[in-house]
Design a protein around this ligand. Sequence first.
Ligand code: ADP
Length: 607
Amino acid sequence: MQTLLRILRFARPLRGVIPIYTALIILATIFSVINLTVLIPLLQILFDQVDVAEYSELPEFALTTDYFKSLFYTKLIALREAKGKMGALYFLCGFIAISVLLANIFRYFSQLILAKVRVRVIRNLRTAAFQSVLNLDLAFFTNFRKGDTISRITTDIQDVEQSVVSSLKVLIKEPFLIIGYLGALVTISLELTVYTLLLIPAAGFGVSLVARRIRKWATKSQESMGRITQTLDETFGGMRVIKAFNAVTTIRKRFQKEVDSYAQENFEIASKSNLSSPISETVGVVVLVIILIIGGRMVLTGPIELTASSFIGFLVIFSQLLNPAKAISVCMSQVSRGIASAKRVFEMMDNRPDIVEVEKPVAPKSLSNGIQFQNVSFNYGHEEVISTINFELRKGETMALIGPSGGGKSTIADLVCRFYDPVKGDIYVDENNLKELSISDWRDMIALVSQEPILFHDTVANNIAFGNPDSSISSIEAAAKSAFAHDFIIELENGYETVIGDRGNKLSGGQKQRITIARALLKDPQLLILDEATSSLDARSEQLVQQALTNLMAGRTTLLIAHRLSTTQHADRILVIDKGKIVEQGTHKVLMEANGLYSQLTRLQSF
Ligand code: ADP
């Protein structure tokens, strides 16, 4: 119930439509009920059973069903006197036709409103879900979570739309119809209605049992869908490796396994859902038979009086009453599935980032002294990845981090960006603790060029202006020129307006990297972080990228993570990082002379 209310909260901007919607539904219900109840006078006219004496005078006005009933009968009898039975028949048929038409017009408009609510709820929910995920820490986005999160935002929300929100139509409209029909039943015969009401709850019981089962399987099926999405994401991202390692069969088997369990779980859901309709129908017919016996007795032997036409009218209305009741029970099983999805979406939305701003953050504008690590330690779980590190990156300086893979270099860069907070110790930017700074202002001052160039499915110009959407085309071009990217960009089919494929697959590695360098140049950052930006390139591409990087680094505070020692030789200072510690530091010359890890690595590489 709580989950349902939380979904509905996303419809909030449309609160104003509730009174209109309610009015439309009430009108639609009134006319639906009227066109069925008119059946009774119709039968009475046909079977010549109208009591003329009872309705010879117009009744006194009162807001009761009795008044309207008497009024209707008086007019009907007057009409029959004036125009004969056929005249009365025409009148009643016309009356039914008009009330059906009106009922449907009102229903149509009410559904239109509901459709608007439905699309709005889903739009708002999806936007909010995406927004909440964007706010999460980088640490959240492990490979497993990526697929799962995509599936929550796509399929789970779609499930919510198809089940919960679509069911609203039934859950809101049908109770009105039930009340309307029940009202009509009570007017015909209170006693028979009471018997009926005693029997109906039996119908609901079986269905509620089924609904619980469905919910269990729905959760499993959505988890499977998460794993399917994850496999797809990994497969398409790693297609090159999959093919090169002849791993197509392996990956196909893995996909098959997930798809199989998804199919099995959906079969379980379907078999349970399909149970709810036969159960409710069988119980419904049993109830109807019992009412036939009780009502038939009343008509035939009393003691409670009931005319045959009223009893037929009662049965017709009762059979109509079963429809909304059945629709509600079918809907409840759908809702169960949707609620399971909604819970997964909300669970994701309830994740809170650990990296948050202090209440009154300092807004840095520029870097005046540098960045200082003071006794910084960090771990991702148990093992310490950074152990009590101290260093200072001075303004304008290029500092290289070097060392064996897994030593903690990227982690240091992540700490500088405040993707993580140190477990112990502090990082200072000038005289301010990094934790005191406004996160977005600080990141505005940084440009990151990573080993794997990250490009988006968009135009070249937009990829360069990523994060700076207001940049002029001339500044974008200037950045591209400094990054040695302009020449190949203008050769592309639409120049700067060429849409590059998913993750930039239409471009070579070096070209992609030069676009990301242009992006960094356009940002004109105070601090530049280069994470092995040339390590995956061939010699020719590397040369161009290196020239582009030289332009980018000129006079800029730079933190350079490098595998290739050739790129570090011109660094002002080199920190050699191994197992989370700084094991050596100094210039290339000093470190070579020291004959430690650095000179070892250099000799290995030149060899
Ligand atoms: P380097 O950049 O020097 O290769 P990293 O900083 O990437 O080293 O990694 C340091 C250690 O932290 C490694 O042992 C690595 O396995 C671990 N590590 C890196 N990122 C994560 C992460 N997101 N979750 C858990 N462990 C991680």
